[in-house]
Design a protein. Structure first.
Length: 609
C-alpha cells in the first residue's frame, strides 16, 4: 500500500466515470484487526477533543447568531433537510455583519491581495552567503510558481472566507490538499465541524473534523473499491444522494496501542512519515479506513489562522468577542427605536366606550360612524405622543453603538481614507503617518497570519518538489535555509514607521553635516555607516534586491575606480615634477650655480636661500 499518495488527489468527473455500477469482489483484509485498534483510537480522541471544545462551541453559537449565522454548524448530522432554513432571526440591525465583512476584506486585501505581490522567497539575511545568478533565478522561479498555483486554485476565495471566520470565531483552519489538476486545493471547514489540539510548543498540531458527504461524493473522493459495504450497497441500488458523516483526522504520526488481548503497537502509516491523515465513516465500524496516508517533512498539511492566542488553549479570542455586547445592545436599541417611531406614526388610540361595538378604523380612506347627538362628537385620540427630541436621542445612541462595533473590528482603520475627517492628506507618506498609530494594533495579528502563510507556501513548495515540477536548487543554495518575507500592504505600512524615522535621521544628519563643514568641526556623519543604512532603508521601502549591487560587487567597483583614478593622476604627477625641475634649473644663484645644481650638491657658488 502506497501511503505517500491519496486517491482524492485525482477526484474529478473523470475518476467518477471509471467507477463500476457493481462493487468488485473484495479480498480479505489482512490489516482488519489493526484497523479496529486504529478506529478505536480515532473515535476516542475525537470524543476527548469534543469535550474540550464544548465551552467554545457553545460561545460560537452566540457569535454566529449575531455576526455570521451561515458559517456555523450546530450539529453535524447526515441528511439534514432543514439546512436551508432562515438563520438570521436574531439580526435586526445588520451593522455587525457589515463590520465583519469590512474587517475580513481589509485583512484579505492587506495581507494576500491577488492584484499585487505580497511575499518573496529568499534566504535568511543573517546568513553571510552570496547567491549567484543561478540561485537568484531558482528562487524567482519558485516564487512565480507559487503565485501561479495560488491564482489557478481556490486559494484566494478560501482566504476571503477564512479571514471572516477568524474575525468572528478567532481561528480559521485551512486544509492544504494535493490535487492532480490544480497542484493544491484549499478547504475551510465551518465552525462546529473541526476540533484542534496543541503540541508541547503550544502550536496547533492536531486537526479533526466531521462533515457530511453523499454516496456519490464518497465514491468520487475515495473510489468504490475503498468504500465500506454500507456505501457500496447504496451505490449499487442507485441511492446516490444519501448522506454519511465522514470523519477526518490529521495528527503527528505516533503508534497506537493494540486493542484486545494482544499487546503491542499499531502503525497507522509507516514511521518514516512525520504526519498522518485518516478518513473514516463516523461512528460506523468498518473493515478499513476510507483513506490513510502520510506526509513527509516538518510542515503540517494544514494551517490555522488565529486572531489571538491564550495560554494553552487550542482556540483563540476574536474582536467579535469584544463586540458581542454592543451587537446585542444594538439589536434591542434598533427595535425600540423603530417601535418609538411607529408610535408616532401609528400611536395607540383611545375611543369613547360607545364605539366599542361599532365598526371603526384609523386607516386612510376608511369611515367610522358614530353618534353626534347633543353636539358631542365621540372621536379617537392618541394615547401617546412622540417627541422629536427623544427620537434624535435614540438615533444618536444607535450611532454611538455602531461606532464602538466599528472600532472593535478595525473598520475605522480599513476605511481610513473614505472616512477621514478634516484636511485630506497631501501624499502617501502623510496618509501613512496619520494611520500608523492605529495600524500598530494589528501588529500581532499580522505576525500570526504570516506564520500560517509560511506553512501554506512551504507546503505548496514541498508538493512541487515531490512531484518534480520544480527543478532542484543549484549548488549555491545547497544547505541554505530559505526565508519567506512579506511585502503585503499592511506589512509595508508597518515598516513605514521605521522608514519614516530613518528618513528623518538622514535629513537631520545632512543639515548637521553642512553646519559642521561651515564651522570647521568634525562631520557628525562619520558615526553612521551610510552603506548599511541605505541598504536598510531600501529594504524597508521594498526596493527589489536585484537593483542593488552585492557587497562583493561594490568592492570590485571601488577597486576599479581607485585604479582608474591612480592612472589618471600618474601623468599629472610626472608633468608637475618636470615643471619643478625646469624652474629650479632656471633659478640663478650667486657664484654662478643654479637652484637645481645646489639641490644636487654641485660645487661652487652659493646655496639656495
Amino acid at each position: 500500500m502506497d501511503f505517500g499518495t491519496a486517491i482524492y488527489e485525482f477526484m474529478s468527473p473523470t475518476l467518477l466515470s471509471k467507477q463500476p455500477p457493481q462493487p468488485r469482489q473484495k479480498d480479505p483484509k489482512k490489516d482488519s484487526d489493526d484497523w479496529q485498534s486504529i478506529w478505536t483510537h480515532l473515535e476516542s480522541r475525537m470524543l476527548a477533543l469534543d469535550n474540550w471544545r464544548y465551552s467554545w462551541w457553545a460561545f460560537w453559537s452566540v457569535l454566529a447568531a449575531f455576526f455570521i449565522p451561515f458559517r456555523y454548524i450546530f450539529l453535524v448530522t447526515a441528511n439534514r433537510m432543514w439546512r436551508g432554513h432562515n438563520v438570521n432571526n436574531q439580526i435586526i440591525n445588520s451593522h455587525g455583519v457589515l463590520a465583519v465583512r469590512t474587517c475580513a476584506a481589509g485583512m484579505w486585501t492587506g495581507l494576500c491581495s491577488p492584484s499585487r505581490p505580497w511575499f518573496k522567497i529568499g534566504i535568511d539575511p543573517s546568513i553571510s552567503a552570496e547567491i549567484d545568478t543561478d540561485g537568484k533565478n531558482a528562487l524567482k522561479e519558485r516564487e512565480n510558481w507559487v503565485y501561479s498555483v495560488f491564482a489557478g486554485s481556490n486559494f484566494y476565495d478560501i482566504m476571503a472566507g477564512a479571514f471572516r471566520d477568524e474575525a468572528v470565531f478567532a481561528q480559521a483552519p485551512i486544509l492544504i490538499m494535493e490535487d492532480f489538476d490544480d497542484v493544491a486545493r484549499f478547504y475551510s471547514p465551518a465552525a462546529g465541524e473541526y476540533y484542534l489540539g496543541l503540541g508541547a510548543r503550544l502550536a496547533c498540531n492536531t486537526f479533526y473534523r466531521k462533515f457530511t458527504l453523499t454516496v456519490l461524493q464518497i465514491v468520487d473522493m475515495f473510489t468504490l473499491d475503498k468504500c465500506p459495504d454500507q456505501v457500496q450497497r447504496l451505490w449499487r441500488d442507485g441511492q446516490y444522494d444519501v448522506e454519511f458523516v465522514v470523519a477526518h483526522a490529521i495528527e503527528p504520526n505516533f503508534a497506537v496501542n493494540k486493542r484486545g488481548r494482544q499487546k503491542g503497537k499499531v502503525e497507522v502509516v509507516p514511521q518514516k512519515f512525520t504526519w498522518r491523515e485518516v478518513y473514516w465513516l463516523k461512528g460506523i465500524k468498518t473493515t478499513d479506513a476510507l483513506s490513510r496516508r502520510g506526509f513527509m517533512g516538518s510542515v503540517a498539511p494544514f494551517a490555522n489562522f488565529k486572531w489571538a492566542s491564550v495560554s494553552n488553549d487550542a482556540y483563540g479570542r476574536s474582536p467579535c468577542m469584544d463586540a458581542i455586547c454592543d451587537n446585542k445592545q444594538i439589536q434591542i436599541m434598533d427595535l425600540r427605536t423603530a417601535e418609538f417611531i411607529e408610535k408616532g406614526v401609528r400611536p395607540p388610540m383611545g375611543a369613547d366606550p360607545e364605539l366599542k361595538n361599532e365598526p371603526l378604523s384609523t386607516m386612510p380612506g376608511m369611515t367610522t360612524y358614530m353618534t353626534t347627538g347633543g353636539g358631542t362628537v365621540k372621536k379617537f385620540w392618541p394615547l401617546f405622543e412622540v417627541s422629536a427630541q427623544w427620537v434624535k436621542v435614540l438615533m444618536d445612541n444607535v450611532s454611538k453603538i455602531e461606532a464602538r462595533i466599528d472600532h472593535c473590528l478595525y473598520v475605522d482603520l480599513f476605511m481610513a481614507i473614505s472616512r477621514m475627517e478634516g484636511v485630506q492628506p497631501r501624499n502617501e507618506l502623510e496618509l501613512t503617518k496619520r494611520d500608523l498609530e492605529r495600524l500598530q494594533e494589528l501588529g500581532p495579528v499580522i505576525t500570526l497570519a504570516e506564520k500560517e502563510f509560511d506553512v501554506i507556501i512551504r507546503r505548496v513548495l514541498e508538493i512541487g518538489e515531490r512531484r518534480r515540477i520544480l527543478k532542484p536548487l543549484p549548488p549555491s543554495l545547497a544547505n541554505i535555509p530559505l526565508k519567506i518575507s512579506y511585502i503585503s500592504i499592511l506589512r509595508l505600512a508597518q515598516r513605514s514607521a521605521e522608514s519614516v524615522a530613518m528618513k528623518d535621521c538622514f535629513t537631520t544628519g545632512g543639515e548637521l553635516s553642512s553646519a559642521a563643514k561651515a564651522a570647521g568641526v568634525p562631520d557628525p556623519l562619520r558615526v553612521l555607516n551610510l552603506d548599511k543604512a541605505y541598504r536598510k532603508y531600501c529594504e524597508l521601502n521594498n526596493l527589489e534586491p536585484d537593483l542593488m549591487y552585492t557587497d562583493n560587487e561594490v568592492k570590485q567597483h571601488d577597486a576599479i575606480r581607485q585604479q582608474e583614478m591612480a592612472k589618471a593622476q600618474a601623468p599629472q604627477n610626472a608633468m608637475a615634477a618636470v615643471t619643478a625641475a625646469k624652474t629650479l634649473s632656471d633659478t640663478q644663484l650667486p657664484g654662478g650655480n643654479t637652484g637645481l645644481g645646489a639641490l644636487m650638491g654641485q660645487a661652487g657658488g652659493g646655496t639656495l636661500q
